[in-house]
Design a protein around this ligand. Structure first.
Ligand code: HXC
Length: 257
């Protein structure tokens, strides 16, 4: 399929999506949303793909929602169409998604990175929620996901002042899982995704579901949910294979990949 705002390819068992609107620092407009949903759907339908990497350019992962597209919008229209709610579908991807972030990840760009399962950042990455400087607030999950990721103090600081934080601060505060040299970013993210894609898919998808449940429920319910998923994996041949391979000191050959 031909995309206007994305480059979509597969690398081994990994689906790679590169945001590609260089003239607007990858600002997220309605075409990006539509195409990202299509690209994710295609990767979900592709049995060979076990994980997805989402990246941007060296200069910008994404500098936010497209301000020029939003500028003329009126309340009644965006309320009626539930503007931006389409991003929920992106956030609900069932296969793991790794954000590989270099340069600016601002506003909707930071929010899109946070919709991914984890973020690997280049040393050049800059994260922020500058919406307040435009007279609005985060609208694609920033006030909720950033607060859960970094805690109230840091989230308030970033969201109320609109300042950016660099990769080191983002790693210290738990927003990103790893920081790597700029020229290592894509390789590192692809290697992590390839590792995930090599594992038993039901266990990978359930692990993702279980961690995400931690943000939705009580500890008691979350522990029960985890335990039930854990039990259910004993119904898979991959559990038999994974444990047999360990005991026999060999590599597992998982069926469900
Ligand atoms: C539309 C954008 C854009 C954006 C950059 N551009 N960000 N266009 N929407 N979010 C465009 C610029 O207009 C410019 O186009 C080109 O990209 C290069 O940007 P410059 O500003 O010239 O680059 P630079 O001086 O290096 O500054 C980089 C920057 C700055 C600091 C990232 O571009 C910036 O502050 N961008 C906006 C960041 C922001 O406020 N994001 C939040 C958006 S609101 P031209 O044609 O002039 O060359 C949001 C809400 C999300 O995300 C939730 C609801 C949807």
């Amino acid at each position: 399929m031909a995309y206007e705002t994305l480059i979509v390819e597969t690398r081994g068992n990994v689906g790679l999506v590169t945001l590609n609107r260089p003239q607007a620092l990858n600002a997220l407009n309605s075409t990006v949303l539509k195409e990202l949903k299509e690209a994710y759907a295609a990767f979900h339908a592709d049995e060979a793909v076990g994980a997805i990497v989402l990246t941007g350019s060296e200069r910008a992962f994404a500098a936010g929602a497209d301000i020029k597209e939003m500028q003329p919008l009126q309340f009644a229209d965006i309320y009626k169409s539930d503007f931006i709610s389409g991003w929920d579908e992106v956030a609900k991807a069932r296969k793991p998604v790794i954000a590989a972030v270099s340069g600016f990840a601002l506003g909707g760009g930071c929010e899109l990175a946070m919709m991914c399962d984890f973020i690997i950042a280049s040393e050049t990455a800059k994260f922020g929620q500058p919406e307040i400087t435009l007279g609005v607030i985060p609208g694609m999950g920033g006030s909720q996901r950033l607060t859960r990721a970094v805690g109230k103090a840091k989230a308030m600081d970033l969201i109320l002042t609109g300042r950016m934080m660099d990769a080191a601060e983002a790693e210290r505060s738990g927003l990103v899982s790893r920081v790597v040299a700029p020229d290592r970013l894509l390789d590192e993210a692809l290697a992590a995704a390839e590792k995930i894609a090599s594992l038993s898919r039901p266990s990978v998808m359930m692990a993702k579901e279980a961690v995400n449940r931690a943000f939705e429920t009580t500890l008691e319910e979350g522990l029960r949910f985890e335990r039930r998923l854990f039990h259910s994996l004993f119904a898979t041949d991959d559990q038999k294979e994974g444990m047999a391979a360990f005991v026999e000191k060999r590599k597992p050959a998982f069926t469900h990949r």
